[in-house]
Design a protein around this ligand. Structure first.
Ligand SMILES: Cc1ncc(COP(=O)(O)O)c(C=O)c1O
Length: 295
């Protein structure tokens, strides 16, 4: 699994009784680096857990080839990628299991909750049993399960949100285009570079600030944007191998890209409530703060 992601990706692995092993990420897409994964595969490896970070699909073709070669399962973390595409297919359609979050900041929400997709029928059956106390038919329980059911109220919200998702993604992609155009070419500022043949869902629009070339640090830029009434956020300030909860994992290895991203990433507003004018204001504000002229 990638070293650079939200903590829940690693927690899911640990909660399943497995040991999370971190791999560094690609400097352009910020998703797990296939060559780095290959370096840490051992005879004890069971699965790869890539993350479609910020709405950018990971290298699905490369990871799938690698998994086949080593007979591994893939559990995709698509918490930030509802509506993202790769090779013309929705990211939710790939093997083996795809995990979604419906937390309020995601591309669609049910208030709280999530969803798994899989095309393995036997696995789907087991997952349905786990969801509701192992109940195979009314009051007949065939395995220990849980109450992981989505409530009816949450489902009603989700149905409406799902219908709105395509428009919401178009708005996010439009905002991302304006921001990318306006912010490109600024020394020390890296804009997102969607990988070829992918449809980035822009759950987050995350730039990188190289303090040496930008003339100020990521945190200084965030503070100045706040003065302009622009909220920004850091996703994420600590790589997983530096999280207290994962102390001891991965300390024998370096994760240079992940470490650099933790120091330099800053997410700017991109959600569908942000208008084109808002985007131009964000661009203008960043350029003024970093003292670069308008194109
Ligand atoms: C990449 C990633 N994985 C997992 C999660 C966990 O999702 P949830 O909070 O719905 O459990 C989130 C978001 O919260 C996330 O961004």
């Amino acid at each position: 699994m990638p070293d650079f992601t939200f903590v829940a990706t690693g927690a899911m692995v640990a909660a399943a009784g497995a040991k999370p092993v971190f791999a560094d990420v690609n400097p352009k897409t910020f998703t797990i680096d296939v060559a780095e994964v290959e370096r840490v595969i051992t005879a004890r490896t069971r699965a790869i857990v890539p993350v479609h970070l910020y709405g950018q699909p990971a290298d699905i073709a490369g990871l799938t080839r690698l998994a086949r070669r080593h007979n591994l399962r893939i559990i995709w973390d698509a918490a930030q990628s509802h509506g993202a595409h790769s090779q013309g297919r929705d990211v939710g359609s790939f093997q083996d299991v795809v995990c979604y979050s419906f937390y309020p900041t995601k591309n669609m929400t049910t208030g709280e909750g999530g969803m798994l997709t899989t095309s393995h029928n036997s696995l789907a059956k087991q997952l349905r049993l786990l969801r509701s106390h192992g109940e195979a038919s009314r009051y007949r329980h065939v395995r220990i399960g849980f109450n992981f059911r989505t409530t009816d109220i949450a489902s009603a919200i989700g149905n409406v949100q799902l219908a709105k998702l395509p428009k919401a993604i178009i708005a996010r992609q439009r905002n991302a285009r304006i921001l990318t155009q306006g912010l490109s070419g600024i020394p020390g500022l890296q804009t997102p570079e969607p990988a070829p043949d992918t449809g980035h869902a822009f759950s987050l629009f995350t730039i990188c600030i190289d303090a040496k070339h930008a003339g100020m640090s990521r945190d200084e830029l965030a503070a100045a944007l706040k003065q302009c009434g622009i909220q920004s956020a850091v996703h994420y300030p600590l790589p997983l191998h530096r999280q207290p909860v994962f102390r001891g994992y991965g300390l024998d290895r370096d994760f240079p890209i992940s470490a650099r991203l933790a120091r330099s990433v800053l997410s700017l507003p991109v959600h569908p409530g942000v208008t084109a004018d808002d985007c131009h204001y964000i661009v203008q504000s960043v350029r003024e703060i970093l003292r670069v002229g308008n194109d």
